[in-house]
Ligand binder design. Structure first.
Ligand code: E4P
Length: 226
């Protein structure tokens, strides 16, 4: 499983990138608003993130346009920021149509706000490089977000969509809206390709009380042998 950071916060991204295990970043309008971002600075902000994480880490930047023509226009503009930009587009009819056009131009799309197997299969068929089912938000409405991601991983894995995506790459499922380290465990066990996690969850993934206690004991015993 690869780990993406789900944030637009430059400090969090710089810190997580320095840990050596970061494979990408996902942003959305809410996350950008949370760091005080302004529309006029959005492309520069995405460029900064791309520069921090490097060319091998995909960085998702979302378009909230509502027509296929506007989504395609935004997608081309976002993709021109850096080669590792992935255009994030909501799952909807206009989004599918725009995804087809962008994928045919070699532009990678992350189809977001995906909640069902049919949505995921349509996204893959339309050429999405990444599909983002949301765990937490599904749980929020008393549905089983983990089960839904598992179903999407299984269904997408049943087929070869590489002829549909930009540059013939395999589709990858990003487990999104992750709220806990336990969500990560469950998504990894079911075979999700990627988990995109908030920085708070990433920090919790590193630690365990027994690890901390073990380090303390080893350090204390090492003092004795000095
Ligand atoms: C990532 O692609 C999503 O936009 C994000 O994970 C949504 O998370 P939330 O449901 O916690 O807002």
């Amino acid at each position: 499983m690869k780990f993406f950071l789900d944030t637009a916060d430059i400090d969090e991204i710089s810190e997580a990138a320095s840990w050596g295990a970061l494979a990408g970043v996902t942003t959305n309008p809410t996350l950008y608003a949370r760091v005080g971002g302004k529309l006029a600075d959005f492309n520069d902000h995405i460029k900064r993130i791309c520069d921090i994480v490097g060319p091998d880490c995909p960085v998702s930047a979302e378009s909230l346009a509502m027509t296929r023509d506007d989504l395609v226009r935004d997608g081309r503009e976002l993709a021109a920021i850096a080669p590792n930009v992935v255009v994030k587009i909501p799952t909807m009819v206009e989004g599918l149509a725009a995804t087809r056009t962008l994928a045919d131009e070699g532009i990678r799309v992350n189809m977001t706000l995906c909640f069902t197997v049919p949505q995921a299969l349509l996204a893959a068929r339309a050429g999405a490089r990444y599909i983002s089912p949301f765990v937490g938000r599904f749980d929020d409405i008393s549905e089983d977000g983990i089960e839904q991601v598992a179903n999407i991983v299984d269904a997408v894995g049943n087929y070869d969509f590489s002829q549909n995506t930009a540059n013939g790459e395999q589709v990858e499922v990003i487990a999104a809206s992750i709220r806990s380290a336990n969500h990560v465990t469950q998504c990894a066990l079911m075979g999700a390709d990627i988990a995109t996690v908030p920085f708070g969850v990433l920090k919790k993934m590193v630690g365990h009380p027994l690890t901390d206690r073990g380090i303390e004991a080893f350090v204390a015993d090492w003092e004795k042998v000095k």
